[in-house]
Design a protein around this ligand. Sequence first.
Ligand SMILES: [Fe+2]
Length: 259
Amino acid sequence: MTEKQNRKAAVLKEFREYVSAYNPSDPKIKLKIDHTYRVAGLCERIAESAGADSELAWLSGMLHDIGRFEQVRRFNTFVDAASVDHAELSHSLLFSEGLLERFVPDLSEKERGLLEKAVQYHSLYRLPAELTAEEKTVCQILRDADKIDIFRVNCDTPPEEIYNVTTEELKTAAVTDAVRECFFRKTAVRRDLRRTAVDYLVGHICLAFELVYPVSRQIAKEQGYLDRMLGFASRNPDTAAWFRYMREHIWDENPEENS
Ligand SMILES: [Fe+2]
């Protein structure tokens, strides 16, 4: 094995050991283990296509949600608002409590700094403006990868578990006007704008507008999960018409890029 493969194998081994303390057969834990591997793979692929450091990108994917396991153990929920900011928890476990060194004892100061920003900022609505170009790249790659895998989670996980709503609520709910407005403007939906069960689904669909790299949009199209989300069959006629509209316009050019 090459040195690079050795380093990866060591991180994977350590990750398996770390999560073994959190009952990996619990569906919530399993969901985050699968998510971690997928995000890491996506980070690597996006970084390669963007000409960025794919090893560091992969590592950011492996570690970004490490705080999710403690979040579930302590609060039995992934809802940050009802528990703890999971990105902050990942950040403090890794960078203040020494967990990072357990995974990678030999990172340079520079790599450590880049990884820190990526983990800390991965779930923010918008990245802070003052990042360097290099910091921005590592952050954007992780955020794209994370969003792409959210589409899969939406298709593989019952809505009760993701949104805390019943299937009945989801099938009959209306879409809030302010949430539709985000789709028209082609931006993500801020959490405080979401009112109804189906607003969460539209909110996740709108994450597609935030994908930075062309390869990320390509992967999202290829994987087909976004299409399945857009194919949601509502029993509310207004909502059903809205989903037809979104299906037709999801990949329209971004008005902001053209302005
Ligand atoms: Fe996360």
